[in-house]
Design a binder for this molecule. Structure first.
Ligand code: FE2
Length: 377
């Protein structure tokens, strides 16, 4: 038996995990025009048509398109009338993430466990059935207007969930190699990072695995602070950012201004071959943040030997960072909507479990140049 003051091992954490999460089930975005957004995610990001719900399937008030690429599912939802709560959400925030859905073994238990620890309810436990079986759902609120929906689909063989039909399309651009959701980052208000860190610790059983203060994440002008929260088994990671005081406006503050509140800043998606993935996305019109080419002049001195050739990394602007366990390659898109709000990260991990701290300075200077162009710095 271990002594009471021993540091818990990973095994202890898993044994005491009251909310075992199997990963991200889907991410739902509320958007202004789901039909066109679905076309964008198919064309530019290589997602495949999976399922559809709307008036034709009995859902009279909105439409949802479900897209898939390997293990990642996106749901794009638009209301059909102005007097719908989703229309209010879209009027305020523009396009953005509403639901970060998490795969669980038991959606009713996930709800009971989190509610008894102080969660605010988003969706009471409910069972949806059709001829393909049943999906059990429940949900709790997190920062801003974002929700976590717990999805239990072990007794379901259908294409997505009851209420949806298979979406077959004649337009099927090839995938670009996006594999699964690596992490999802939330932007919260001034002094709100620690309260949300406590929420993930106390209500969801997460632990804080990394912290960055404004000394780590600071350029000459703008700053932010960040803490990375991980589920007990490490399958789900939610870094939480808050703005910090700098000479000029923090990128998190710009987000909060334009999203008109807290919300998801970026979704990081894993690939096994970032050079091929990014090349394909660029050819299909996705815009990425670019660092100056001087970033590559002493890159290998900074990160040590890597397996990739430097030339394609330099050509595509892919960033590299190393930690004790290995290295990672990453690149960030520009915001994918007109407001300077949500964007994507493409990440390939080669042993590293961290988040690219060595790239923060070059990256944030690139973001500041974009902010400057928008007149928001
Ligand atoms: Fe990230």
């Amino acid at each position: 038996m271990s002594s009471t003051n021993a540091i818990p091992t990973e095994m202890d954490m898993m044994k005491s995990d009251f909310l075992p999460l199997h990963g991200t089930d889907y991410i739902e975005l509320y958007v202004g025009n789901a039909k066109q957004a679905a076309h964008f995610y198919k064309t530019a990001f290589g997602f495949q048509s999976l399922a559809y719900a709307g008036p034709e399937t009995g859902m009279k008030d909105r439409v949802s398109y479900v897209l898939v690429q390997n293990k990642m599912r996106l749901v794009l939802t638009t209301p059909l009338r102005s007097n719908h709560p989703i229309a209010e959400h879209h009027k305020k925030h523009g396009d953005g993430v509403k639901v970060l859905a998490l795969m669980v073994e038991d959606a009713y238990d996930a709800y009971a466990q989190t509610m008894q620890r102080g969660a605010k309810s988003y969706l009471e436990p409910t069972t949806l059935k059709d001829e393909s079986g049943e999906v059990r759902l429940s949900g709790i609120c997190t920062y801003g207007e974002v929700a976590h929906v717990f999805v239990e689909r072990k007794n379901y063989q259908g294409v997505f969930m009851p209420g949806y039909r298979e979406w077959k399309s004649d337009y099927n651009p090839t995938p670009v190699g996006l594999e699964y959701v690596d992490h999802c980052v939330g932007n919260v208000g001034w002094d709100q990072m620690n309260p949300w860190v406590s929420f993930y610790e106390n209500v969801m059983g997460f632990r804080n695995i990394l912290s960055f203060d404004d000394k780590d994440i600071s350029t000459e002008y703008s700053a932010l602070m960040s803490k990375v929260m991980s589920s007990g088994n490490g399958y789900v990671k939610f870094p939480i950012n808050e703005p910090a005081e700098g000479k000029k406006k923090s990128q998190v503050e710009e987000y909060l201004d334009f999203y008109e509140g807290e919300g998801v800043q970026h979704i990081a998606v894993a690939t096994k071959d970032i050079i091929t993935t990014v090349k394909a996305m660029m050819a299909r019109g996705v815009e990425f943040l670019q660092v100056p080419s001087s970033y590559y002049d002493d890159l290998l001195d900074r990160v040590g030997p890597i397996e990739e050739d430097l030339a394609p990394l330099r050509e595509l602007g892919i960033l590299v960072d190393r930690d004790d366990e290995g290295y990672l390659l990453q690149l960030f898109t520009k915001p994918v909507e007109d407001r300077p709000t949500m964007f994507y990260e493409i990440i390939q991990r080669k042993g590293a479990k961290s988040f690219g701290k060595g790239n923060f300075k070059a990256l944030f200077e690139a973001i500041e140049r974009e902010q400057e162009n928008r007149g928001n710095l």
